[in-house]
Design a protein around this ligand. Structure first.
Ligand code: GSH
Length: 238
């Protein structure tokens, strides 16, 4: 099966959670919008008269006849096919639950720099962003990190869902990597409290296919266009 991933071509964004799974598995896939005329193809699917259920927003995935949107939903589908999901239904639901928690976390990270409206520039909501980021760093970031630390502690295994890695582990890696980029001072101050999360990040980064991907040009750089943005004034004060 050759998968077609549709996502904005110049940012990691939410598409990166899907890219990581495809790359880790060595799957055959096309990052459509990064190809010539790919953006037009993506726009057609978003704005054209078909399919019957159009995606609301990227990322979305074409897999044969299926067109699947919503990051966590795409990963729910891909997980078992890429060897990145546990076998039992109960364990798969647990991984999906963790992925939905990551989705909530991602939305909160986005809101640190765009607390009022995605359609406004950061510069037009700087004051609100400062307040939002301060509360995110003081309250929400420790709560999310602490939650995943506790899940790892209770599981007592190398990964969130047991011995083997799942797509939720890859996503947790991406959260740590993105947060380190966006909030280097806050993360440096917090990380020692979450040793299992940090160890998981390192374990995922060392997975052979992922390590090759992360060092390749296919891995887009973090930037001020994506979800994780570095604005020094939003980070913890020096
Ligand atoms: N809940 C969706 C959110 C998708 C989403 O917000 N996509 C962004 C890019 S990361 C977008 O293009 N949004 C356009 C819009 O919301 O109008 C998911 O997890 O996939």
């Amino acid at each position: 099966m050759r998968y077609e991933l549709y996502y904005w071509p110049s940012i990691q964004g939410r598409g990166e959670f899907v890219r990581l799974a495809l790359e880790d598995a060595g799957a055959d896939y096309v990052d459509v919008a990064r190809r010539p005329r790919g953006m037009a193809a993506m726009t057609r699917l978003l704005e054209g008269r078909s399919p019957r259920l159009p995606p609301f927003a990227p990322p979305f995935l074409r897999a044969g006849e299926l067109l699947i949107a919503q990051t966590a939903n795409i990963l729910l589908y891909l997980g078992p096919r890429l060897g990145l999901a546990p076998r039992s239904e109960a364990a798969r639901l647990r991984v999906h639950q963790l992925q939905l928690t990551v989705a909530d976390w991602v939305a909160e990270v986005h809101d640190t720099h765009h607390p009022i409206a995605s359609s406004l520039h950061y510069e037009e909501q700087k004051r609100e962003a400062r307040r939002r980021a301060a509360s995110f760093l003081a309250e929400r970031l420790p709560k999310f990190l602490g939650y995943f630390e506790e899940v790892l502690a209770r599981g007592g295994q190398a990964h969130l869902a047991g011995k083997a890695a799942s797509y939720a582990d890859l996503s947790l890696f991406q959260m740590v990597a993105g947060l380190r980029y966006a909030f280097p001072r806050a993360m440096a101050g917090l990380e020692s409290r979450y040793p299992r999360v940090v160890a998981l990040h390192d374990r995922v980064a060392a997975r052979p296919r992922l390590a090759r991907y992360l060092a390749s040009r296919r891995r887009l750089r973090f930037s001020r266009q994506g979800i994780f943005r570095h604005y020094p004034e939003l980070d913890r004060p020096k």
